[in-house]
Write a protein that binds this ligand. Structure first.
Ligand code: NZQ
Ligand code: ZN
Length: 391
């Protein structure tokens, strides 16, 4: 194992009915005045918000709500949330929802703790993250892994820049994970989640360091489990075993365990972010649309790694062909799996209304932050590479 630092301070409370413990968990973390952040209407319709509020009342907590967080959350909503939290003098932010709500809650917590700083400056890396209000989560979709991750992804509404920011302070204090809360998900969102959790692992698996065998075994196990339960979950969203396995898999895939001791790549994520920023498509769909093209462009960097994916995750026979054949079959198998979940595997299937070469060039320019960065580490990608992959 190569050197690493790993800390996971998030307390995980997993199982049916665990949302009833939310109030107690906040008290345990020293919270008194809680802003409850949620998304569109799903958590209201299901009665979850009412249940969580009852739990907070029972624990003697003051509370107010801030709903309506948009998927791919927007900066202006976060700014409104900061004002609401300040108005009630909140000392704890509770997210009830998926990655979008959790990331908005993390950003609100950061904004409240740093009233003198313009929030976007943190995402531009002009300011280090040094203090934040505590955040807790009640998870409603297995996907982004934000319930235990160190990241928050925001989109600036006027420029449509989508940016991620990582800090150990972004790890939530607790994650309430009741798999039954995900039974109400539409199959498309379940499939998006399966892709996302696979991609959080694949974006770490394709790395220049390939001799951390325990890290690899964990990553391969996570991928096999996502594949195993993904289809069942999409076809039967009220199957407890499928939904509970996916819920845990989603967290493990993005809490860093699947990549310890090696640099991350995350180029497909960066390629996808430009799509969800510009076209407001679901994050998971942006990833399935990009991965095949990214893999086809990059696999020659290390064909053995792709062949290993085929053998360890897809069950290929190691002696069933050359390393190059196995590598290419592994790419096809992965893309076929995404397709079998009903996910898009290219830009046109994603429904992006891109018609001209100029539009592709603009997308590639945006992805380099207008020349300010390259993406990826498995293969470092500049403007021409990014354009070729989009093309
Ligand atoms: O808004 P509501 O009505 O709640 O509907 C949501 C939303 O439309 C719905 N939904 C969630 N739980 C539901 C439900 N519908 C019915 N029943 C339920 N139980 O699902 C839709 C998608 O929700 P969202 O929170 O956007 O999904 P996800 O968890 O995929 O989050 C995506 C966001 O997370 C970011 C993405 O870029 C995107 O902005 N990511 C955050 C990461 C992190 N913080 O570590 C890492 C990821 O790579 C990702 O970038
Ligand atoms: Zn993701």
């Amino acid at each position: 194992m190569h050197a690493f630092t790993f800390s996971l301070p998030t307390q995980i409370v997993f199982g049916p009915g665990t949302e009833a413990e939310t109030g107690r968990l906040i008290v345990q973390q020293g919270g008194h005045r809680v802003l409850v952040v949620y998304g569109g209407q799903s958590a209201v319709r299901s009665g979850l918000i009412a249940k969580v509020q009852a739990s907070l009342t029972q624990a003697g907590l003051e509370q107010d709500t801030f709903g309506g967080i948009h998927p791919n959350p927007r900066l202006f909503q976060v700014r409104d949330g900061v004002e609401k939290a300040k108005a009630m003098n909140a000392d704890f932010i509770l997210a009830v929802g998926g990655g979008s709500v959790i990331d908005a809650a993390k950003a609100i917590a950061l904004g409240v703790a740093n009233p003198e700083t313009d929030l976007w400056d943190f995402w531009l890396r002009k300011q280090p993250v040094e203090r934040i209000l505590p955040v807790g989560t009640v998870l409603t979709i297995s996907a982004a892994g934000s319930e235990t991750s160190d990241s928050a992804v925001l989109t600036r509404d006027d420029t449509l820049e989508k940016r991620g920011l990582s800090s150990q302070l972004f790890r939530p204090r607790f994650a309430v994970m009741d798999p039954e809360l995900t039974y109400t998900l539409p199959p498309y969102q379940i499939a998006c989640g399966v892709v996302d959790m696979m991609m959080h692992t694949l974006d770490r698996y394709f790395t220049s360091v390939t001799d951390n065998t325990l890290t690899d075994e964990i990553a391969e196990g996570v991928l096999r489990n996502a594949v195993r339960w993904g289809k069942k979950a999409v076809s039967t969203p009220n199957d407890y075993q499928a939904m509970s396995e996916l819920m845990w898999t989603g967290s493990i895939s993005h809490n860093d365990l699947t990549g310890l001791g090696a640099p991350k790549d995350f180029a497909p994520h960066q390629l996808g972010h430009e799509l969800s920023a510009k076209f407001d498509c679901a994050h998971g769909a942006s990833l399935s649309a990009m991965w095949g093209s990214w893999a086809a462009y990059c696999w020659k960097e290390n064909p053995s790694r792709f062949a290993q994916l085929g053998v360890k995750v897809w069950g290929f026979d190691l002696n069933g062909g050359s390393i190059e054949d196995l590598a290419q079959q592994a790419i096809m198998q992965t893309v076929d799996y995404f397709r079998s979940l009903g996910m898009p595997t290219c830009l046109s299937e994603l429904g992006c209304p891109i018609q001209t070469e100029e539009e592709l060039q603009e997308l590639a320019r945006r992805c380099t932050f207008y020349g300010a960065r390259t993406i990826g580490s498995f293969r470092v990608l500049g403007y021409e590479d990014i354009l070729a992959i989009y093309r």
